[in-house]
Design a protein around this ligand. Structure first.
Ligand SMILES: CC(C)(COP(=O)(O)OP(=O)(O)OC[C@H]1O[C@@H](n2cnc3c(N)ncnc32)[C@H](O)[C@@H]1OP(=O)(O)O)[C@@H](O)C(=O)NCCC(=O)NCCS
Length: 153
């Protein structure tokens, strides 16, 4: 019998641990971001956070810091576990640890808007441009730059 979506979601969330990635996670992160097509040339495995359950790494996100801003990239959840609330839990935890307002460029703004991100009105001078993702073949009209402001900034 198939487990109902809500029960599966509750069980996974109970067993989930979100933490900074360690060197032992790098292989799993690399496999996950490649499987989801999220890797990019300047990706830095030492800047990742992971969500882990009893089966290992199920989601990852990269958070880089610059002068006056942070950049969130490569947010991804293992394909067979998407839609269960893992992405939201991971983003909430990562955002809590950012020392600055958090910016991101994304093709899926709907998910991030639900996580409290809004359109970035202006970009801080030290925020890397979207071209770091090597997205020259991508339609820029589909790519949103969003920000989640820190309440104390
Ligand atoms: C996008 C992604 C990270 C979301 O993680 P997830 O665990 O599947 O999402 P959650 O279950 O936590 O969803 C939280 C909320 O966002 C919504 N949501 C999820 N994915 C969404 C999407 N692509 N567009 C709009 N809303 C979305 C959910 O419906 C849910 O809404 P609710 O609270 O009203 O029920 C995940 O689906 C993924 O890895 N996608 C492929 C890689 C990708 O595109 N990453 C983004 C790169 S910038």
């Amino acid at each position: 019998m198939e487990i109902p979506h809500r029960d599966r979601s509750d069980a996974i969330r109970r067993s989930l641990c979100v933490r900074r990635a360690e060197p032992r996670d790098h292989c799993d992160i690399d496999a996950l971001v490649h499987a989801l097509g999220l890797s990019y040339p300047a990706m830095d495995l030492s800047c990742f956070w992971v969500a882990e359950d009893t089966d290992g790494v199920v989601a990852a996100a990269e958070l880089k810091h610059f002068r006056g801003c942070s950049l969130l990239s490569c947010v991804g959840v293992r394909q067979n576990l998407q839609g269960l609330g893992i992405g939201r839990i991971l983003v909430e935890e990562v955002v809590r640890h950012a020392p600055h307002d958090i910016y991101l460029y994304t093709l899926v703004p709907g998910f991030f808007r639900k996580a409290g991100f809004t359109d970035a009105e202006s970009l801080p001078p030290d925020l890397p441009p979207r071209s770091i993702y090597g997205c020259e073949n991508c339609d820029p009209r589909l790519c949103s730059c969003l920000v989640r402001l820190r309440h104390d900034s």
